[in-house]
Design a protein around this ligand. Structure first.
Ligand SMILES: *Cc1c(COP(=O)(O)O)cnc(C)c1O
Length: 620
């Protein structure tokens, strides 16, 4: 059984049952069953499945790890957490998150005005809200409104200008008030240490964000003079996302811990929290030699708690509450993208395509011979002969000595010989075999857009685990590269001999074959771009009732063609009129046909961009 590295990245969320990938939850339904149930309702194309129980699991795991560490070290501060909205703001996700979050007092983090409005409306009063990023006067005023609603809200200042604005807005809001209320203030510090990995830029000296130590002292003085030092409650840092190693975090913790203690000793008595931002990594690796995280959550939590305790003790200050803003860790696993395979592109190199002649060129006859008689003992030698013959035959074609049929036979036969040889020699791991696998790779055309659904693959070469959702009791044999349906050659996940993906040999005229992309729940959805006007796929929330029965809820279909154009600010009425006019005034069709065409046109306009069918017999 081939498990596509499930034990590395799967975190026990899935299991393989009777050859199918199933959810390791409730009565373990298969992903194929979910997919088919949605497709039977008429929704074709790619499908995003959301699993709220996996959000619940991540939140519980995070809180458990910190609660255990707090007990182990007899730590006096509390653990608190918020979800950073920029990681995923989609309502079906946020509503699921907030439903499972309430026992934990888990809140939201906002980095823009629109996110702040989500945080203000979705967070229950009592759970924390933190606000980061660059802010203008209006955004700060919104934070004051949130505070007056009763929210436990902390505004993290990224620069002295923001502090100045807070002071002014405070006067505005509280001058006349009998019970002045303002948000808490946090200070984001500019670390001298920085993270590592492709997302490390958010920490470190050259980072866009945070106060230098000089600015920090100025901010402190300013707060003291303006009499709002009693609002300063949090020291914040964020080291960058997908932190692959723990060492940079420890450095950052020491730096931030000492800043916290110093500010406290200077008189910031209301300072009670240290916010360690996000960065907790997710294991995306499908191959044991390419894992992306070198620490466990336990180690992470223990390090944070232990270091904070040590610094507080040595500086003689109270231990701070620990805040996290882990986003990727909470959201990544909750969604899975299921995408139908539409076509295999090298089907032309099939036995069926051979057109033997009565009299073939001698080298082609030899290729037939090699193909028929190749076996384990001679495989390497025959393979080399075949490759050599192919070179000669292609030269003969260029010189006009053989025809297109001979050339086609050559290509098919050599491909078949390479495949046979690779199969016979599969236990030998040589460079040559790797290179040849690359050459015979099968191109799977997949009904999805990498730009829309895996933008980090496109922009940062981030790997996402991928596997078929059935046939898992059959060994996949074809080295695979995946093509999306955009007209852009960047929409390809190429075959990588060092991180090989093998898929099954299927006949797309007869078989349904679905690939699943995992850990797409963090960042991918909102970063996804409508390149070629492929939009957010159809999504559905998978929940379970008390008896463990599966429910497919809150289905949202991918946007239809007119809505897509409307989003681009086209006047859809004008488009509608223009299309109708052209049909009605067309000189080449009669009245009856006009009605039929209009009917068809409106049907198509009500559908989404993804492909429904690609071949006559097919239903993708
Ligand atoms: C992006 C961001 C996070 C989330 O980081 P993850 O790596 O997704 O955990 C947390 N805090 C701040 C300030 C951020 O900008």
């Amino acid at each position: 059984m081939h498990d596509f590295g499930l034990e590395l990245w799967g975190d026990n969320n899935f299991l393989i049952k009777e050859g199918r990938l199933a959810l390791n939850h409730a009565n373990t339904p298969s992903l194929l069953e979910m997919t088919q149930r949605v497709r039977e309702r008429g929704y074709k194309g790619p499908l995003l499945l959301r699993f709220p129980h996996l959000v619940q699991k991540q939140i519980a795991t995070l809180f458990d790890a910190f609660h255990t560490a707090i007990e182990t070290f007899d730590y006096q501060g509390r653990f608190r957490a918020v979800f950073p909205l920029k990681v995923n703001q989609y309502p079906n996700f946020i509503h699921a998150l907030m439903r499972v979050a309430s026992p934990y007092g888990y809140g939201l983090e906002a980095g823009s005005k629109a996110e702040l409005i989500i945080a203000m409306s979705e967070t229950p009063v009592g759970a924390p809200i933190t606000v980061n990023g660059f802010k203008d006067r209006e955004m700060i005023a919104l934070c004051f409104i949130a505070a007056k609603m009763g929210h436990d809200i902390t505004v993290t200042i990224e620069g002295l200008g923001e502090l100045q604005t807070i002071i002014e807005v405070n006067t505005d809001f509280n001058k006349e008030s009998r019970a002045p209320i303002s948000p808490k203030i946090g200070v984001r510090i500019r670390l001298h240490s920085s993270g590592i990995g492709i997302w490390a830029k958010s920490g470190g000296y050259s980072s866009k964000f945070g106060l230098t130590s000089t600015e920090l002292l100025e901010a402190f003085d300013l707060m003291q003079q303006s009499d709002i030092l009693d609002q300063l409650s949090m020291v914040h840092f964020h080291i960058g996302s997908q932190m692959s190693e723990i060492a940079p975090l420890k450095k950052a913790l020491r730096e931030a811990g000492n800043i916290y203690a110093d500010l406290k000793n200077r008189g910031a008595t209301a300072l009670t929290a240290i916010n360690i931002g996000g960065g907790l990594a997710v294991e995306y690796g499908q191959h044991s030699h390419a894992q992306e995280r070198n620490y466990s959550l336990k180690e992470f939590a223990n390090d944070v708690v232990f270091l904070m305790q040590e610094i507080a003790k040595s500086k003689g200050v109270e231990t701070p509450d620990i805040f996290t803003e882990s986003g990727r860790f909470i959201a990544a696993s909750h969604s899975v993208l299921i995408a139908p395979v539409l076509e295999l592109f090298s089907q032309e190199y099939h036995h069926k395509g051979l057109r033997p002649k009565k009299s073939n060129p001698p080298l082609v006859d030899e290729l037939y011979d090699l193909f028929e008689t190749i076996h384990r003992g001679n495989a390497r030698e025959y393979l080399h002969d075949a490759l050599d013959h192919m070179e000669s035959l292609l030269t003969l074609f260029d010189l006009g000595y053989i025809d297109l049929e001979d050339r086609s036979n050559t290509e098919i036969l050599v491909n078949l010989i390479i495949k046979k040889a690779i199969n016979l020699l599969k236990n030998e791991d040589t460079k040559e075999l790797k290179r040849l696998q690359n050459r015979i790779q099968e191109k799977y055309l997949v009904n999805f857009s990498a730009f829309e659904s895996l933008p980090d693959f496109w922009g940062l070469s981030q790997h996402f685990p991928v596997m078929p959702i059935d046939r898992l009791d059959t060994k996949p044999s074809r080295p695979a590269s995946l093509w999306d349906i955009t007209c852009d050659s960047d929409g390809e996940i190429g075959f990588d001999p060092d991180l090989p993906l093998y898929l099954h040999d299927i006949d797309t005229m007869q078989d349904e074959y679905f690939l699943a992309f995992f850990l797409t729940g963090a960042y991918q959805e909102v970063l996804g771009m409508k390149h070629n006007l492929f939009t957010h796929p159809t999504e559905v929330v998978v929940t379970f009732d008390e008896a463990g029965e599966m429910r497919l809820e809150r289905l949202i279909e991918a946007q239809n063609l007119m809505d897509i154009l409307d989003d681009l600010d086209y006047e859809t009425n004008t488009i509608d009129k223009s299309l109708k006019h052209k049909i009605e005034h067309s000189p080449c069709i009669d009245e009856e046909e006009k009605q039929v065409l209009l009917g068809k046109l409106y049907l198509y306009l009500s559908e989404n961009s993804y492909l429904k069918t690609i071949q006559a017999s097919q239903k993708n």
